[in-house]
Design a protein around this ligand. Structure first.
Ligand code: ATP
Ligand code: MG
Length: 925
């Protein structure tokens, strides 16, 4: 049957399908009041898509299924998976396996969603995909998490995600899931008077006259469902469709509709009412046995009654047994009191349990049943929660545990249930709700070890909710109650305390002493022991309280062997930062490579993007500018997609990587685009990175005053937090250069000297060499030459190659000006060589200029095809040259396959090649 007045909407959907088929996926939201025709439109869209060669997958949110783990997503994909090639579920898509079959272990929340993305991408490979999700306002939260994830990453998938929903409140779960996505919106309007007329003549009688039709339009407001109901009523009452009868058209609105449905139902007698209620409580049923049992009716009677209900358009008349429309179900379900419904659900639990129904089917009824302090209910809910965690749906687990607590359970089970609820909420990324649950568990527990373990979880959510000081107190309280030889727990609590203190911006001096005491006794074999070492290495480096050599060893011990599974990224963070400060850059990069790989194989996006930022910053320090840029771009893109609060950090690192290559306009664009360009203070901790990157960019942009302001702000923040090591951020050196440019050599010298003292004391060559160079540039005459020569010497021992290039070129320039031509040229040539091999274009240009001024003729640097590749193209091309497939590369870099294709096509063009097998040669050239 055709739809009235939906041509415009279908036209838009047609266009979206066309775009999706061409690889430009989108999401669209069909919104409208109940009965306006969303389901009908989605069905029409499905037909349209099917006709165009799309594969159509459908799912419908169920009012009773909102707390079932991935209910919607399973409905959507399960039928396709039954017939799919095993390939579809391999690679990163395998991470989604627990959604469809929990294996008893807990599934990592982020990774299943990532796996689902790849599953969807793989399913869309043979033919474009329409995902039609109706009644999305009833979607379970875990499914919405995927909807949100997918909707942000569709632009280059051949997929149209079409959602149908009743009008959404601003704080509805679906609204929040689509926040920042901006789906195409299709708001369904009521049918016009004209269409109502056609509708009435079509369905009731071709002879219906105009006034009668107008009365129908008015009575129903053009809502097709209400119209259908009105026609059913008119037909039942045999009302002739003529003007004189217009007054008999029932005044139907959404609320009174319940009354007409119920009147119709009541007429069929009390047993029919009981059967309808049973169906409303149980939800769609495969056969009549359960509804009959719940309604206390013999099967034969139930069959007759179901037939009668179908004739009265209350049921559909087919299988599975269901109401003619969700609105009819709601009318039947809502009739009567909550007491009645809760009792019916309780009875449903009994019936299903007696039948041995799968535990998951019990969940909706367990949740809606009246509390009765029944231990079997608690047990069933706890089992359902475990199942939900196994599928990677902690939200659903939390609902079950909340309900279990309300039953209530036996007193001795309370601490455990609160703890499990808290943990589930923590995993669902709802720390504000997790905190009170964990606190309750912590307070109800008496055993010090249990309390210690709970303190770790409670403190972590406190830090997340911006209360690091409260977290520190909790860690302390729990630790004080433990004997020091109580396994790893005291160590874990001490490390957690140090990290909270760091987040709180307390100087590390407050916790270093305690870690020092532990460091001699801990074993680097244990996870907690490694954390102690990494944390101490970081704190000691930041405060520069002992020589670089000593802290470098601490950090190296922390990361020897494979990384621990728990909190490995925190370890990688602290240890790599310490290694950077100690000027052991290759080791720092190695730790981060391993950390990134770890996050990747687990599909953990949050860790991946955080570590990619760190790797970008470290690659930059090590002078791998292209790597730094590629990493920085990848990380920033991931932060952008998920609207992450660490986005400014990712942006700052990319700005620095771009500026170092001389791409000042691009660097500026990144700042502007992410609104990091105002003079406003940026949030601390992350703030100093922004100040630093922006200050350095300003310096290159010849805006020394603005640069100085930023660099001093960076310094104030770091110093306040006790981070004084110039190896962490040489803001003093950069600020001194800004002061020099502003004609303030005295303050410049003061700052540079301060930096030199700190760097010398610490003894890592990179920071030391930078300080010497800075001072050299401030001084004049012979002192300048001495300082610069020393800087070159010191930096020859550094792993930061580009800093050596900087100093060589500064020294060479100074030598030229002092008339030492040959010596100048020698240093400039060496610097030029290093700089151009590292793509440090501005530095290379400076060296060339100086060489020309010294009378030399520098070699022309040949721009090969490889040099023309962007950082991202080069990375992709290298992976492809290593024999990786596009799919594997996409999974490695957490981007879509199409992005890889685009990069490769562009790389082929620039390299002048046609195929993959030519890549190794082209890149090797
Ligand atoms: N444009 C239309 N022309 C003719 N009939 C329609 C049209 N739209 C909907 N209908 C019919 O009206 C009834 C209600 O529509 P539908 O079930 O699609 O509404 P809905 O918006 O999905 O409601 P709900 O929010 O309750 O799910 C259905 O029987 C449907 O076939
Ligand atoms: Mg509908």
């Amino acid at each position: 049957m055709g739809l009235f007045e939906r041509d415009a909407e279908l036209g838009r959907i047609g266009a979206l399908l066309q775009a999706a088929a061409a690889g430009r996926g989108t999401s669209a939201l069909v919104e409208g009041v109940p009965g306006i025709g969303k389901t009908a439109l989605l069905a029409a869209a499905g037909d349209l898509a099917g006709g165009r060669g799309f594969r159509v997958l459908t799912a419908t949110g169920g009012e009773l299924e909102q707390d079932l783990p991935f209910a919607l997503i399973r409905q959507l994909f399960e039928p396709a998976l039954r017939t799919a090639e095993p390939e579809v579920q391999s690679g990163a898509a395998a991470l989604a396996a627990p959604v469809f079959a929990a294996d008893g272990r807990e599934a990592a929340v982020g990774s299943v969603v990532h796996g689902l993305y790849w599953l969807c991408s793989n399913l869309a490979e043979p033919a474009p995909l329409l995902l039609a999700v109706d009644d999305a306002h009833w979607a379970d939260e875990a499914s919405l998490r995927f909807v949100s994830h997918l909707a942000r990453r569709m632009a280059d998938l051949p997929v149209l995600l079409l959602l149908g929903s009743r009008p959404l409140a601003p704080d509805a779960a679906l609204t929040l899931a689509l926040g920042g996505v901006d789906p195409v919106r299709l708001n369904l309007a009521p049918l016009s008077e004209h269409a109502v007329g056609r509708f009435v003549r079509d369905r009731l009688s071709p002879a219906a006259d105009a006034e009668f039709c107008r009365a129908c339009a008015q009575a129903t407001g053009g809502n097709p469902f209400l119209l259908t109901e009105a026609i059913t009523a008119l037909r039942a009452d045999r009302v002739p469709p003529v003007a004189a009868q217009a007054g008999r058209v029932p005044g139907l609105q959404a609320a009174p509709i319940a009354r007409t449905v119920l009147t119709r139902l009541t007429r069929l007698g009390p047993e029919a009412v009981r059967l309808a209620r049973a169906l409303a409580v149980l939800g769609p049923a495969a056969d009549l046995r359960r509804p009959a049992r719940l309604a206390d009716l013999p099967l034969d009677t139930a069959t007759d009654l179901a037939d009668l209900l179908a004739r009265e358009s209350i049921l559909t008349g087919g299988y599975p047994l269901d109401f003619a429309h969700p609105l009819v179900r709601t009318a039947v379900y809502a009739d009567g009191t909550e007491i009645r419904r809760a009792a019916d659900h309780r009875r449903a639990v009994e019936i299903l349990t007696a039948e041995g129904a799968p535990a998951e089917q019990l969940v909706p009824h367990l949740l809606a049943a009246a509390p009765s302090a029944d231990p079997t209910v608690v047990t069933a809910l706890v089992a359902a929660a475990a199942n939900a965690l196994g599928r990677g749906a902690p939200e659903a687990a939390a609902s079950c545990l909340r309900r279990a607590l309300a039953e209530p359970p036996a007193a001795e089970d309370l601490p455990r249930l609160h703890a499990e609820l808290g943990r589930a909420l923590g995993m669902a990324n709802r720390p504000a709700e997790a905190a009170p649950a964990l606190r309750a568990a912590f307070e109800l527990s008496t055993d010090p070890v249990t309390r210690g373990e709970l303190a770790l979880d409670l403190g972590a959510v406190m830090v997340q909710t911006g209360r690091p000081d409260a977290a520190m107190e909790t860690f302390e309280l729990a630790r004080a109650a433990l004997a020091l030889d109580e396994g790893e727990l005291p160590l874990q609590l001490t490390v957690a305390f140090s990290m909270a203190s760091f987040v709180s911006m307390h100087p590390p001096t407050s916790w270093i002493a305690r870690l020092d005491q532990l460091a001699d006794t801990v074993s680097a074999e244990t996870e907690a022991g490694r954390m102690v070492l990494a944390c101490l290495a970081f704190g000691a480096c930041a405060t520069a309280d002992r020589p670089a050599q000593v802290v470098g060893e601490l950090a190296a011990r922390a990361v020897a062997g494979s990384l621990p599974t728990r909190d490995h990224w925190i370890l990688a963070n602290f240890a790599s930062t310490a290694l950077v400060m100690a000027d052991r850059l290759p080791e720092a990069l190695d730790v981060l490579d391993r950390g990134v790989e770890h996050a990747r194989t687990r599909g953990n996006l949050a860790e991946f993007r955080y570590l990619a930022v760190l790797r970008s910053r470290t690659a930059l320090t090590a002078g791998h500018l292209q790597e730094a840029e590629a990493d920085g771009r990848a990380a920033l893109a991931l932060h952008e997609v998920d609207g992450d609060r660490e986005l400014p950090l990712a942006a700052a690192v990319l700005v620095d990587a771009l500026a170092e290559q001389g791409h000042l306009d691009e660097a500026q664009a990144v700042l502007t685009e992410h609104e990091l360009d105002s003079e406003e203070e940026v949030r601390m901790l992350i703030g100093h990175f922004v100040h630093l990157a922006r200050g350095r960019l300003r310096l290159r942009q010849q805006r020394p005053r603005a640069a100085l302001a930023d660099l001093l702000a960076c310094g104030a923040g770091l110093t306040g937090a006790g981070v004084v090591n110039p190896g962490f951020a040489h803001w003093r050196a950069d600020a001194a250069l800004a002061q020099l440019a502003l004609g303030e050599p005295t303050s410049a010298r003061d700052l540079a000297e301060e930096e030199l003292v700190l760097a010398q004391g610490f003894g890592a060559p990179r920071a030391h060499g930078i300080a010497l160079r800075t001072l050299g540039l401030i001084e004049g005459g012979g002192t300048r030459l001495d300082r610069l020569a020393e800087s070159v010497d010191v930096l020859r021992r550094s792993t930061g190659v580009l800093e050596l290039a900087h100093s060589l070129i500064s020294y060479g320039s100074a030598l030229r000006r002092a008339g030492h031509r040959t010596d100048a040229q020698r240093h400039l040539r060496e610097g030029l060589d290093l700089a151009s091999r590292r793509h440090a274009h501005p530095l290379a240009a400076q060296a060339k200029q100086e060489l020309v001024a010294s009378g030399a003729r520098p070699r022309r640097t040949l721009l090969t095809g490889v040099d023309a590749l962007t950082a991202s193209e080069l990375r992709v091309a290298r992976l492809a040259a290593d024999g990786e497939t596009n799919r594997a590369i996409a999974q490695t870099l957490f981007v879509s396959r199409r992005t890889i294709e685009v990069h490769l096509t562009s790389a082929y063009r620039k390299l002048g090649i046609q195929s993959r097998d030519q890549l190794p040669t082209a890149l090797g050239a």
